[in-house]
Design a protein around this ligand. Structure first.
Ligand SMILES: [Zn+2]
Length: 323
């Protein structure tokens, strides 16, 4: 029937029980949400070879596709100032490595704030792919961006064209992230770079909170560490250039309301308190050091698998922890 499950990062079949978090999807289905913590679609297993964590049982493509095409959330529109601030910071990092401010592709661009900021910063061409009808039409109609409503990895795009391909909060949702990296390799221009932002499951916060970590949510199927994302990238011919923490700027109200995922009364009381103190709309970029970005250069040769007896060494030269 199904193939032998393997580690999505290194390919090892040695996956061991790690967190018991299987639960119901809830009456909202698979809507991307950050207000339910400690529940996933199945239990989480950990790779004994490289430390990568992933769901023991991956949801079907059909399950995921229908869920994401219906996705709509006001959070990321209401939080426009924070999203744009985060995008500007990340573009500045990408520009240090990209060959030029040429063509940039945002796979899973949501409403398009990063592309809008790239346009402001002088990138010549900005293209986005977004499966959500709500988010992609917002990008086109409100921000006049070239954003197409399509599947992230099957949309028709020119090969060898993009100086930068960005995936913000995408790769942890993919049952087969290696196929996504192979596709990105074909899209990159010579010297082009890929940028990823994702939760860091090897961070101290993630390890301390375990199943109660706020990134353990029904739509996350991969739990990368700095080592396991590097392993996956290198297997697919990428050279990791930079890895660092990636705090997200949001309003105080947004963060406090997330606490409702643990305790509704506590979260609501904190939001009321912040509103009363008139700090609710202040921007805040707390760095829990549990979210990372990785910039990698494409162009190398893929290797089918990599035997590792040890987790990746911590002293990787590209592993700068600067934030
Ligand atoms: Zn592994």
């Amino acid at each position: 029937m199904a193939e032998e499950p393997q580690c999505a990062a290194c390919g090892s079949p040695d996956l061991r029980a790690h967190l018991r978090v299987a639960g119901d999807m809830g009456d909202q289905g698979l809507i991307p949400t950050t207000d339910r913590f400690g529940t996933a679609l199945s239990d989480i297993v950990r790779c004994a070879n490289c430390g990568h964590m992933q769901l023991a049982r991956m949801p079907s493509d059909a399950e995921l596709e229908s869920a994401y095409s219906d996705a709509a959330s006001d959070d990321y529109v209401e939080e426009e100032a924070g999203q744009r601030e985060t995008a500007r910071r990340m573009l500045a990092r990408i520009e240090q490595h990209a060959p030029q401010r040429g063509a940039i592709l945002d796979l899973g661009c949501w409403v398009g704030f990063l592309l809008a900021e790239a346009r402001e910063r002088g990138w010549r061409e900005q293209v986005g792919i977004e499966p959500s009808a709500f988010a992609s039409s917002y990008a086109r109609d409100r921000l006049s961006l070239d954003v197409r409503t399509d599947d992230l990895f099957n949309a028709p795009l020119p090969d060898g064209h993009f100086d930068a391909v960005v995936l913000g909060d995408v790769i942890e949702h993919l049952p087969r992230p290696g196929e996504a990296l192979a596709r990105i390799q074909t899209l990159l221009a010579p010297g082009g770079v890929a940028w990823f932002a994702l939760p860091d499951a090897g961070s101290r916060v993630a390890r301390t909170l375990g199943a109660r970590w706020w990134s353990v949510i029904p739509t996350h199927v991969q739990y990368f560490t700095r080592d396991s994302i590097a392993t996956l990238l290198e297997r697919h011919g990428f050279t990791v250039l930079e890895t660092a923490t990636a705090p997200k700027a949001f309003s105080v109200e947004y963060y406090l309301s997330r606490i409702e995922g643990y305790s509704k009364p506590a979260g609501r009381a904190l939001v009321r308190g912040a509103r009363a103190a008139r700090v609710a709309q202040r921007m805040w970029a707390p760095d829990f050091r549990d979210r990372m970005f990785v910039i990698a250069r494409g162009g190398g040769q893929s290797v089918p698998g990599r035997a590792m007896s040890q987790p990746w060494p911590d002293s990787t030269p590209s592993d700068t922890s600067a934030s």
